[in-house]
Write a protein that binds this ligand. Sequence first.
Ligand SMILES: Nc1ncnc2c1ncn2[C@@H]1O[C@H](COP(=O)(O)OP(=O)(O)OP(=O)(O)O)[C@@H](O)[C@H]1O
Length: 306
Amino acid sequence: METVRCEGLGKTYGRAVAVGDLNLSVEAGQVYGFLGPNGSGKTTTMRMLLGLIRPTSGRAWLNGRALPDPAGLAHVGAMIEEPAFHPWMTGRRSLEVLALYGPPFRRADAVAEALGKVGLTSAADRKVKTYSQGMRQRLGLALALMRAPSVVLLDEPMNGMDPAAIREFRATVRCVADSGTTVFLSSHQLTEVEQICDRVAVMTSGRVIAEGRPDDLTTAVVRVVLAPADRAAARTLLSSSFPVRAEDSDALVVGSGDGHAVNELLGRGGVWAHQIRVERSGLERAFLALTGPTGEEVEDDAASPR
Ligand SMILES: Nc1ncnc2c1ncn2[C@@H]1O[C@H](COP(=O)(O)OP(=O)(O)OP(=O)(O)O)[C@@H](O)[C@H]1O
């Protein structure tokens, strides 16, 4: 069964495209990685799925129900920002207090069960201020799981964690999915989540540049070498259809496997490239080529849609 579905989902702010024409399908019980650098549209997508932002185009479904669907939110858990807990309360008390908001639980031991699922049972009666960053994030996940949702949306859940905490969190996420809850999680670090995801979608500038099982994914970029004087015009032309990143050299890296389409777009705009080369590679290389080694897009002009 399909848990998340997006058809042509989009959000624009004025002329800026935050998310453009997003098509996605996430099967029940999967860990689905929604990957991309800062500003690529991950949070905007999650907020649209939660009904916090109205899409400007397209449609989406959660658990087969078309959005917006306020009643359906009872089956959805979310951690969109770093969860804020009272530092002087214990982990268990924090969940009990927050449980008072919203509909009653289906199970009396929901708090204990959620704490158990995220591996916090033995620390449940310690004050939150004594928790590490990773433990606070896991408490946030417990909060998202308390009402036994069929799907949880986690936005950058591993932000700020050290490698050991990331490892623990990954194991927790895998257990949650194995117990039948679909996990839809975003990250700007491909390597952080690649190993636990059944499928991933890679976003750049609001568009998906690759989608599939991490092991199977190869993707392509087109490298375009231009005269320096033509570079800005070429970037403007190409950005209308593809994610584009400028390199330090005279090249532009275009998120597409279609060299002909790139050539045609340039030619129609009256810009002639010195060289156009399609480069196929593993997902990680293409991800880095388009997002830069630090995971940040290089912004050398304002032509690229953000
Ligand atoms: N309310 C808004 N008004 C104008 N632009 C916005 C607004 N919200 C988001 N954007 C823009 O939309 C684009 C996508 O933002 P979004 O927060 O979805 O990206 P992200 O992939 O989640 O990034 P991050 O990893 O930094 O959270 C960005 O260019 C951002 O500046």
